[in-house]
Ligand binder design. Sequence first.
Ligand SMILES: [Zn+2]
Length: 121
Amino acid sequence: MDTQAVRTRLLMRREELQTRASRASADLRHESDPLSADFAEQVTQRESDDVLGAISESAQQELRLLQAALRRLEEGRYTTCAVCGEAIEEERLQAVPYTDRCRTCAEGTRRPPGSAPPRKG
Ligand SMILES: [Zn+2]
């Protein structure tokens, strides 16, 4: 695992989201687009505010996940599953760079300890 490349990728994604989030909230404050005096026009503007609000919220949620992933990277825990302690599949980290659990734990298909099938013989 090339942690430097992962780090760069996470940082780039974080910057992208921060740009998107701050642009959305600037639009929400109508910095360059003051609320119209016309009522019908205001309704349209408020509808688009809802969309912008949603973008900003999901971007912020992903930002928190990215932040946590960067911290795990610093602490050398990035490729370790937070639930079972086993290594997270590399292709899974490629697909979901901010995940903190292996595929088995994410899907919830791991059997609890002690429930292994009885040995044959
Ligand atoms: Zn796991």
